[in-house]
Design a protein around this ligand. Structure first.
Ligand code: PMP
Length: 439
């Protein structure tokens, strides 16, 4: 059966026939993962890949972790996959208590959803209700989801399927220094320029009563854009003058992935009014949510429910994931191996003109590809590097407004040997891409 599937190419044809064309697939020959363990996945041909992207996509801490599978299995064995959030769910309450405490937000409350999109939709609804305003600030190049309000606040137009929006959005500068008019400024001057831009947008492009700024501490889809530490702290001082809320979208940056901090926003010395999370928390199970100051969370008075949000299986998986990552101090691991990868990759910038910039924090590292010797974004180089890593047995991500960034986000259980293995593959693959593009 395995062999038959391996030679059967019709799954791709069937996918194309019945799924939307805008549902992107990676690789000239897309991969079907049929099994996985640790940081490695096996495809339908039996090829094994080291996975340097799953950590952000879904599996924050890797595949097939017995502590998590066993916890899920025990819940399944009770016969209750779910009944309804209309009843008390112990694992949901316990997970909410955990996240409220970890959030650092005083007097925090938590609402669970099934995705990051829903989490951000909820956060935007809370902020706009709390402030009685539908004006929202977002960063250029941001990504916050695929429903109406979240598409509205998505600054990366390549991922914004609609130009319609229930919220009125103004964009501010916020982190993509490499592709901004402020490229050559120091951290302090760059922060000052962003703050000045924020003040200018507030004064000239809004009606004054803005609800919130929603921001990713490190832009994910946008190409792992790392703003200088302290930027959001400086911006929050301006927000506070107007009572504008700060919503930190931690869908990619939460749970210690950035190494130095448990939440991405903590690098900026501020506590936001709300944070959203999703993706890796369930280590493969669908879960997302919002943690916010109680006053903000309870700003709506109408009833609301999420049928599957916070169900017993998802919250059990999330609790087990949190236990595992805290017990094993995976944040420290992300910090250590992130630095190792960053150092190794930064050494390639001067050697390979196709690499414009390497940036990152913890296990969130972006490689910005350019036309050799210029700063012009090169989509072709990113496409080439994606294939060259794949043929050498490494899965990585692609991103960036101009599709010219390769993204690394391995599961946080990554070992030093695996980090070095991935680095060796990347070194070879970048050389191959450089040669191809410079030819
Ligand atoms: N926010 C951020 C920062 C994201 O990266 C994503 C997903 N790429 C989302 C929100 C949306 O999450 P989901 O795909 O689970 O709806």
């Amino acid at each position: 059966q395995h062999d038959q599937r391996a030679t059967d190419r019709t799954l791709l044809d069937r996918h194309r026939a019945v799924l939307p064309t805008w549902l992107a697939l990676y690789y000239q020959e897309p991969i079907e993962v049929v099994s996985a363990s640790g940081r490695r996945v096996t495809d339908a041909n039996g090829t094994v890949y080291l996975d340097f992207f799953a950590g952000i996509l879904t599996n924050a801490i890797g595949y097939d972790i017995p502590e998590i599978s066993d916890a899920i299995r025990r819940q399944v064995d009770t016969g209750v996959l779910h009944t309804s959030t209309l009843y008390l769910i112990r694992s949901q309450v316990e997970l909410a208590e955990r996240i409220a405490e970890l959030s650092g937000i005083p007097d925090a409350k938590v609402f669970f959803t099934n995705s990051g999109t829903e989490a951000n939709e909820t956060a935007l609804m809370l902020a706009t209700q709390y402030r009685r305003s539908n004006q929202v600030l977002t960063l250029r190049n941001s990504y916050h989801g695929r429903a109406f309000a979240t598409i509205g606040v998505t600054g990366n137009r390549g991922w914004a399927a609609s130009s319609l929006s229930p919220v009125r959005v103004s964009h501010v500068h916020g982190g993509y220094r490499y592709r901004s008019p402020f490229r050559d400024l120091s951290d302090a001057d760059y922060i000052a320029a962003c703050v000045a831009d924020l003040r200018d947008v507030l004064a000239t492009s809004t009606a004054g009563d803005v609800a919130c700024l929603i921001a990713e501490p490190i832009q994910g889809v946008g190409g792992f854009i790392v703003p200088p530490d302290g930027l959001f702290g400086a911006m929050k001082e301006v927000l506070d003058e107007h009572g504008i809320l700060l919503v930190s979208d931690e869908v990619q940056t939460g749970w210690g992935r950035t190494g130095e901090h448990f939440w991405g926003i903590q690098a900026h010395g501020v506590t936001p009014d709300a944070m959203t999370f999703a993706k890796g928390l369930g280590n493969g199970m669908a879960i997302g949510g919002v943690v916010a100051r109680a006053e903000v969370m309870d700003a709506i008075t109408a009833n609301s429910i999420s049928t599957f949000g916070g169900n017993p299986v998802a919250t059990t998986a999330a609790r087990a994931t949190l236990d595992y990552l805290l017990d094993h101090d995976l944040q420290a691991n992300a910090d250590r191996l992130g630095r190792r990868l960053l150092d190794g990759l930064r050494a390639l910038v001067d050697r390979h003109p196709v690499v414009g910039e390497v940036r990152g924090k913890g296990l969130m590292i972006g490689i910005e590809l350019v036309e050799p010797g210029t700063t012009t974004p090169s989509q072709a180089a990113a496409a080439s590097l994606l294939e060259h890593t794949r043929t050498r047995g490494l899965l990585v991500g692609k991103g960036g407004m101009r599709n010219n960034v390769i993204r690394l986000a391995p599961p946080m259980t990554l070992t030093q040997e695996e980090a070095d293995e991935g680095l060796a593959i990347l070194t070879e693959a970048i050389a191959a891409t450089d040669k191809e593009l410079s030819a």
